[in-house]
Structures are given as C-alpha cells and as structure tokens.
Design a protein around this ligand. Structure first.
Ligand SMILES: *Cc1c(COP(=O)(O)O)cnc(C)c1O
Length: 379
C-alpha cells in the first residue's frame, strides 16, 4: 500500500471543474495583477479569519516581511520568536534589518512558551528591552499558541503581535480564529498548507484601518498615486489566478479540516489499540480547534531510522524541522549555542510528521500504524 505524505491530486479531482472555469475567465479577461479577483478573495478570507481587514500578498514569507515593515520594524529593533518554526519566521525579522531573539517552546505543543517569553523580557537590560518592538508567535502544525498570556506580556511591554498563522488557517484559541488575535496575522497559500494555491501566495490580516492602508501601500512599492512613492515597499502583490484558486477552495476548507481532525482521531485510537501510545508521543490537543496541517508524533529513539523504514514501506513522512533556528549557520552571528533552547533542540531530534491529508482512507492510516508497530517491536 502506498501512503504519500500529501496527495494534492486527490484534492484537485474534487475541484477541477470549478477551478478551470474560473481560470478560463481570468485568461479571457487578461487581468492578472490584483484587481477584483484579489479584492473578492480578501473579503472572503477576512470573513473566514474573523479579522477586520485582509490583504493578499505574494507569499507567507512576504506576509511576515510586509507586516514587520508596516509595524515600522527595522534596524536597531529586536523581535522575539520561536526557534522551532519554518525558517521564514525568523528570516523575515533579519530581512527587515532587525535582530531575531529566540524564546524556547512548550514541550507538548511545540509553540512559544509564554513563561519563557516573560522571563526573556525580564532578563534583558532596560536598554535592550527598549529595542524590543514585536513578538511573532507561530501556530505550529495547525494549533494556536497559548495566546492570552502572550498577549498580556505584549501589552505590558507595548509590543506589536504578529501571528505566524501560515500553518493554521481556521485554527481557534478559545473560539478566536488564528490571525484575529494579534495586530497582524500572516498566512501562506503554499500548496502544502491547508488552503493552498497553485503556486506561491499569502495574506496579511490586520486589526486597524491604518495598517490595512499601510500594507496596501507597501505591497505596491509604497506608490500612491501611480509613480509617487511614500515609502520603500516592494512588489508583494498576489496575482488574480492564485486569488481565484484560493477563493474556489475556501468553501471546502472546513470540510477538509474536519477530515484531517477525523484522521487525527483515528490515528490516536489506532496507536492506543496497538499499545504504542507509551512508546510514541501523540500530538497534544490543547486549544479549541486544531486544524492538523501536520500530525506530528514524537519518537524518543531512532526517529531517523523509523523514517527510513517507513519509506521502504511506501509511507511518506517528514521532519518539521530537523534543526532549531538558533543552530542554523546563517544565524551564527546571533551568538547562540547548542543547549540554549533545549526543548526546541529535543523536538528537532524527535518529531516526525505522518500523512494526515483529508482524502486518506482508514486502511491507509491503519497501515501506517501497523508499520510503526513493526518497527518499534523490532527494537
Ligand atoms: C509555510 C510557512 C511560512 C512561509 O510561507 P511561504 O508561503 O512558503 O513563503 C512561514 N511560516 C510558517 C510557520 C510556515 O509554515
């Protein structure tokens, strides 16, 4: 049996007719840049995320960069975030000229630890603390970070909150949607995200009208009107084809997220029935709506050998992420060393993402658990 990590062809079969009709219309119109298609998608996505404003941009990575720019963050500033995330979270901070400052994660959810966040700020000199301008919590794997204490700390120090919700569209924290809790929310339409385009795309949600205006200005080289530039932005535009695909897919998203949750529940049951729940750490569901962009298990021993074994059995898996960001070569200048973020480092050594996409059949999940059981029994 084959169980790929993700099978986008299965999803495409469901929506093919609708998508091709929309793409045809856009090809006939030859209007590819921003325009009504992007505006419609922004309105629909703002509604879905329960955020007052949404601005389509070129990618999730650019969403983070443009949010930081709109918040006025640049050289001389520090931004706090998790070292256990996709590179773009911290890369964006460095790209705008600010310094990433890492804060360790919670061992059970892999999200920013609110106690560590407060401790990091308390441990700074007043001069350092004055340079801290923002916090980027990441809602990793589709589950929201523990936002209430994070928001409380940010209020105390007057810090901008930029949610990295690239993996968490529709995820909820105490009934609040990812991207609606901070000053900004950053989303990605990279094909492997729960709401994927046919290429790159992204979105920034924001609370204020003023920031909405600023994001729209920066997305077009700070230009208003044409050829008069108020700020140095960039080309962060989303194209109409990608926006149309996202808009066609949006009505399906809740059904797909429910199917992912069902798969996660079935995995849990199967791991327990197989007596594996003591040997393999299962994802901890702490927040009110986890949308399972990834189903990530913790393998205390021989994680890489398990991954190789699964590959020989035609089962796809992936390590998100094998190296904590404070240990990356490109961040050596930040001066961190191994041991600085032990929870993140241990996660990098032990986590393994299993297939959880909506179209999986129960037999496929049973096969995955069976093969993991075989590996564990062999010792
Ligand atoms: C995917 C992702 C991004 C970047 O999104 P792109 O659209 O690929 O640029 C940023 N942060 C996290 C946590 C992601 O998973």
């Amino acid at each position: 049996m084959q169980v790929p990590l993700l099978d986008l062809k299965a999803q495409y079969r469901q929506i093919k007719v609708e998508v091709r009709a929309r793409l045809d219309e856009i090809c006939e119109s030859q209007m590819f840049i921003l325009g009504p298609e992007v505006a419609r998608m922004e309105e629909a996505l703002a509604g879905y995320c329960r955020a007052p404003h949404a601005v389509g941009v070129s990618s999730g990575s650019d969403a983070l960069i443009i949010a930081l720019m709109a918040a006025g963050i640049g050289p001389g500033h520090r931004v706090l975030t998790t070292p256990y995330t996709f590179f773009a979270t911290a890369g964006a901070i460095a790209r705008v000229g600010a310094l990433p400052v890492f804060v360790d994660i919670e061992a059970d959810t892999y999200n920013l630890d609110p106690a560590e966040l407060a401790a990091t700020l308390e441990g700074m000199t007043p001069a350092e603390r004055a340079t801290v301008k923002a916090v980027i919590p990441v809602h990793l794997y589709g589950q929201c970070a523990e936002m209430d204490p994070i928001i409380a700390t940010c209020r105390q120090y007057n810090l901008t909150i930029i949610e990295d919700a690239a993996q968490a569209i529709g995820a909820e924290y105490k009934g609040r949607r990812a991207g609606s809790m901070g000053d900004f929310g950053c989303f990605s339409f990279f094909p492997s995200k729960n709401l994927g385009a046919f290429g790159d795309g992204g979105l920034v949600t924001c609370l204020s009208q003023e920031m909405d205006r600023q994001l729209r200005l920066l997305r077009m080289h700070g230009m208003e009107p044409k050829y008069y530039h108020h700020a140095i932005g960039g080309n962060f535009r989303l194209d109409a084809l990608q926006a149309a695909i996202v808009a066609v897919k949006l009505p399906y998203l809740d059904g797909w997220s429910t199917a992912r949750q069902k798969n996660a529940a079935l995995y849990r049951k199967l791991f327990q029935e197989a007596g594996l729940a003591q040997r393999i750490g299962l994802p901890v569901e702490k927040q009110s709506r986890h949308i399972y962009n990834q189903f990530v298990i913790r393998v205390p021993q021989k994680r890489d050998a398990l991954r190789e074994y699964l590959a020989t059995q035609q089962i796809g898996s992936e390590v998100y992420y094998p190296m904590s960001l404070h240990q990356q070569t490109c961040f050596a200048y930040l001066g961190y060393k191994t041991g600085d973020f032990p929870v993140s480092e241990q996660a990098a050594a032990q986590t393994l993402a299993l297939p959880v996409y909506p179209e999986l059949r129960p037999e496929q999940l049973a096969y995955v658990v069976e093969k993991i059981g075989e590996f564990v029994k062999k010792g």
